[in-house]
Design a binder for this molecule. Sequence first.
Ligand SMILES: Cc1ncc(C[n+]2csc(CCOP(=O)(O)OP(=O)(O)O)c2C)c(N)n1
Length: 558
Amino acid sequence: MAKMTGAQCLADMLQGYGVSHVFMVPAVLRRTFAEMELRTKIKRIHTHGEKAAAYMADGYARASGRPGICMAQVIGALNLAAGLRDAHLAHSPVIAFTGGRDPKTKFRKVYQEVDDVPAFEPVTKFNATVDSVERFPDMVRQAFRVAVSGTPGPVHLQFRGNEGQVDAEEADMTPLVEEQFARVPPFRPEPDMKSVLAALKILQDAERPVIVAGGGVRASGAKQELVALAEKLSIPVATSLNGKDSIPGVHPLSVGVCGTYSRESANRVVGQADLVCFIGSETGGMTTHFWAVPKIGVAAIQIDIDPEALGRNYPLKAGVLGDAKVTLARMLEHADAKTAAKRKPWVEQTRSICKEWQDKYRPQLESDAVPMRPERMCAEFTRHVPDNGIVVVDTGHAGMWMGGMYDLRAPSQSYIRSAGHLGWAFPAGLGAKCGAPERPVVVFTGDAGFWYHIAEIETAVRWGINSVIVVNNNASGNQSKRGFDRVYGGQQTEQARELWTYRMVNFARVAEDIGALGIRVEKPADLGPAIQRAIKADRPVVVDVVTDIDALAPVAVA
Ligand SMILES: Cc1ncc(C[n+]2csc(CCOP(=O)(O)OP(=O)(O)O)c2C)c(N)n1
């Protein structure tokens, strides 16, 4: 033990856990920031809003598998909490530090203060206060341990003092770090072999099985084992949005994303299956189209690291508790490839369902229409995202377009997406680039999504965070069009458009003005070269694509 300040201890511990960037709006833990400069190489990315800081930390975590760190002083704490909600929904290990109440001043109307701690409760796995400096080492270790363990998720630590000034105090401390908890997953729990063999038997006996791979497959790094098992037993694979990069879209056993923001072929396959095998999926509303695909009662088996997830929405013929990678490896060891033959007709049927989908949407995917079709944007992503690229996608229409129409071409590509918050993708894409600086990061967002945190272009330029942002710019949030048509009795009034349209703005010009590279694309043939140029530019780039305001993404179940 050595006498040191909380700031020194925290800076040393973050460095020890391998943290390369922290994201915040000052002023919080100021002494710690000064110590970071003296003692570490950690980059202190100050942003234009706490929510964006949380989204950057989230993108960093999802791209790197290591906890992302974000911070806010007391008045910004709830902005930060709002930004943790997507990480919570997507099971992303984000650690949030805030300044908080001091026993000397609470309950007497001290400037800027409310009790923030309860607001973090619904969006964290662990929500705690650090009131005395001696607690820095154990509480920081617990924060990392909880964030990455089991099903990962956000953690909040509130440090005493509106700016966390407890970090200036001294105590005898050891800045001990447990490297095991520096990334996901810290443990790979072995499944009980009896349950593995029971599930495998059911899978091998099925004639029309489908695997639904969720975010747990990506968290576990299990995609290789997943694809190997699917190939050995001839089983088609659908994914959730969160698990989209578990299998390349071009793989012959891939049927696409199932659920609500999905590809129709995946829902048809899942709907016709005689057995559904969920792997690392919480079987939530989005992945199952609100439990309609598949219907509750379908024969199901499930593999998960969380015992409470097993059978939550679908009664199971067999449940396996364990790490996805290890469990799939055990199944692979015992799988009988001879059983694959009986699934040949089913695999052929799923191939023809996928081909029908391709034939149906080819005209839009290849459309030369001006203004451009978003489907064509997705096809250009499929063609031009490099093999080591990370694609970061917003929600709403962006989630529908890319979830359904974009295909990963290589197992080395990654796909991360907003779990529901419009505006998440742009800051998350900046965080992803910080977490994986050697990989190209390409963001897909609508204009409504981009507006949320447009100020962060300046952050990207200031820090040289060279993500490529592609904006589907239809001067509207036109996903809302259907909904307003509905409530207006079929066809909305002209005036109703004021509820979902915006001014047409040239985001390429805005980007240029802030110091990024801006490329405006109006013709479909120009988009591929623009994406290529943007990736080569090694600068923050905004590719502003003018698209058709009347283009609506197909709904999940035809
Ligand atoms: C925080 C938040 N608020 C509201 C919504 C509801 N919402 C979903 S999509 C959407 C509009 C999307 O517009 P844009 O990003 O421009 O894409 P477009 O629909 O035009 O393709 C809205 C308002 C949301 N998902 N998240």
